[in-house]
Each structure stands twice: as C-alpha cells, then as structure tokens.
Design a protein around this ligand. Sequence first.
Ligand SMILES: Cc1cc2nc3c(=O)[nH]c(=O)nc-3n(C[C@H](O)[C@H](O)[C@H](O)COP(=O)(O)OP(=O)(O)OC[C@H]3O[C@@H](n4cnc5c(N)ncnc54)[C@H](O)[C@@H]3O)c2cc1C
Length: 341
Amino acid sequence: MVKAKVAIIGAGLIGLSTAVCISDSIPDCTVTVIADRFTPNTTSDVAAGVLIPHFYPGTSVHQQKQWYRETFDFLSIICNSPNASEAGIHLISGWQIFKTVPDEKVPFWSDVVLGFRSMTERELKKFPQHKFGQVFTTLKCESPLYLIWLEKRLKENGGQVQVRKLEDLWELYGSYDIVVNCSGIGSRKLIGDLEIYPIRGQVLKVHAPWVTHFIRDGDGLTYIFPGIHSVTLGGTREKDNWNLAPDSSNSKNILNRCCALEPSLQAAKDIQVKVGLRPTRCAVKVQKETLVRGNEKLVVVHNYGHGAGGFSVHWGTAKEATQLVKECIAALQQPRCKAKL
Ligand SMILES: Cc1cc2nc3c(=O)[nH]c(=O)nc-3n(C[C@H](O)[C@H](O)[C@H](O)COP(=O)(O)OP(=O)(O)OC[C@H]3O[C@@H](n4cnc5c(N)ncnc54)[C@H](O)[C@@H]3O)c2cc1C
C-alpha cells in the first residue's frame, strides 16, 4: 500500500509531539515537520515547562483533565526511565500560594498530580502575605532538552524536518495528503484565525541551585520553578502585546516579586531574559477541516491554541490529533480516493 504523506506545520512542542505520536502509531504514513523556527527559537523554548494546567474556558473540564492525565502519565513513564535526563523530564515539588482563599480549594487536576494537600499553618509561615496554599509534586520539562529529544525520536521513526516559512497551507497541495497545523500563534496569519491572540510572557532564567522547591502565586503572575540547568522566574501576562524584545522594567519587577517570596534569590547569578508569546484561544483547536479551492481539496487537522498550558496537555492533544489523522487516512484509502495516495 502507498504510504500517506503527512506534513506537520510547526516545530515547537505541539508540532514535534504530534509528529512523534503520529510516527509512533501510524506505520502507513511518512511524516515531515515543516517550520520556520526550530529549538532554541520557539515559544516552547521560553516556557518553564511545568505541568500545572491552565484553564481553557471553551473546552470542557472533562476533556482538559483527560488531556492533562494522558500527558502526566506519558511523561511519568519517561521520568521513571533511563531516558529521563536526556529528555529533560523530572519531578518537582512545591507550593502554590494564595493571598485570599480561592473558591475552589481542590482544583480539578488535584488527583492527577502526586500528594496534593493543603499547606499547614507551619508551612504557610514562610509566606506571611498569603492566607492559603497547596502542596504537590508534578512534572517539569526542561524545554530545549525535551524538544531536542522529541526531534531525535521523530528522526529515529523515519520522520524528516524542513526549514521553510509558509504563507498559505495551499503551498503544500499536491505534495502531501494531509496537513497538520501546529503553528501556534502563527495560525493567526497562516489560516486567518482571528480568535487566537498573543499573551506576552517575559521570564528570567537564573543560576540559583540552592532553590529546589517551586513557589507559584495562585494569581499565575509570580512563580519560581527550579529546573535542571536554571531556575525560571516569572513573569508577565500582556494580552495582545507582540513585542519579543526583553523589557528591563519587566525584569526588575519580576526579580523583586520573586525575591519577596524567596529572599535568597537576591544572590542569583547569570540572569538571562527570555520572551515568548502564548498562543491563546478560548479553546484549544483540535479539529479536522477540508479546505476547498475549485475542484481541489486539502485535508487539514488542526492542533493549536494551547495558550499558557501547552506543556500540561500536549501529549493528550497530540493523541487526539493522531486519531483525526488516522480517520483522514482511512477516508483517503476508500476505493474512490485511492488514486490520490
Ligand atoms: C513565559 C512562558 C512560560 C510558559 N510556561 C508554561 C508552563 O510552565 N507550563 C505549560 O504548560 N505551558 C507554559 N507555557 C505555554 C507553552 O509554552 C505554550 O503553550 C507552547 O509552547 C505552545 O507550543 P506551540 O508548539 O503551539 O507553539 P510554538 O512553540 O510557538 O511553535 C510554533 C511553531 O510553528 C512554526 N510556524 C508558525 N507559523 C509558521 C509558518 N507560517 N510557516 C512555517 N512555520 C510556522 C514556528 O516556526 C514554530 O516552529 C509558557 C509560555 C510562556 C510564553
């Protein structure tokens, strides 16, 4: 049987994980990742990469929890294997703290992470400005290491990569049977989706190896996430701001806020500033679409719009996009479509 040709647009976390998932589970296809930016120059490289879900108001809680659990389980297996350090996956424990007691003291993901509980009065003494807190252990991806590892896995499965900027998905017509759109914020221009917008995030990556527990303010604005090579200090959330240039007043403000939570960070060294644009939508778009131009049809599977939570749900959405690709291949292999393959 002739293999279906699948092109994945995007080499960030979503494109590479979707490409690996497809190449792992669909033997009768070839996979090519096409992108204008690869690691270390994607949004995904900037992220802290911690598995704490971001809430998507347009996606059901049931669906979000399923994606989160699938991602947690997938990464747990890697974390418990000899591949953990090469893939940059590790467990991380710490505190999520709140200045006012939240309505939802037990979030929907509390039974996915490990050892979730409320903080004791004694633990809260470290944070005198905060009234309530949660303790748990989750997983963290060291973003560039994980992207490199995914790309390596894709190539081991026979997948290919191509550096190329697309102006229009129709440029791939005739060369590929199925196009998987994982272009993140690029989808605004590439497919004209005006529902996607950037939320600018600036973070500092610092050397402070004595910091081993994470601290996240429940407002999501201030966080300290220790990783393998550095500690990520955040952050900012600026809707519709496309500016990728570091802002020195943002950096000062981030450092002040993080030092207020963990004063020892005043001694942090080697401060690097990174900026990324969270590809934000009301709901993540994982969907099939057939584009039509006269008599020509282009089969597309979308997987984009992961906003502030791509790392937390990426394997779940990759699995769902893979299922849609399987359905498209099955439809193309129906007798009347066979000539196209
Ligand atoms: C500061 C910050 C901290 C974060 N922290 C976390 C966290 O701790 N946990 C968490 O779960 N999430 C976090 N996130 C969110 C996470 O980083 C994103 O959800 C995720 O990286 C999105 O991945 P992506 O692959 O969709 O996008 P990207 O990484 O931006 O990749 C998009 C790809 O598409 C390609 N592309 C786009 N348009 C075109 C085109 N026209 N032609 C060719 N190629 C194209 C690009 O070149 C790129 O390769 C954070 C984000 C930021 C900014």
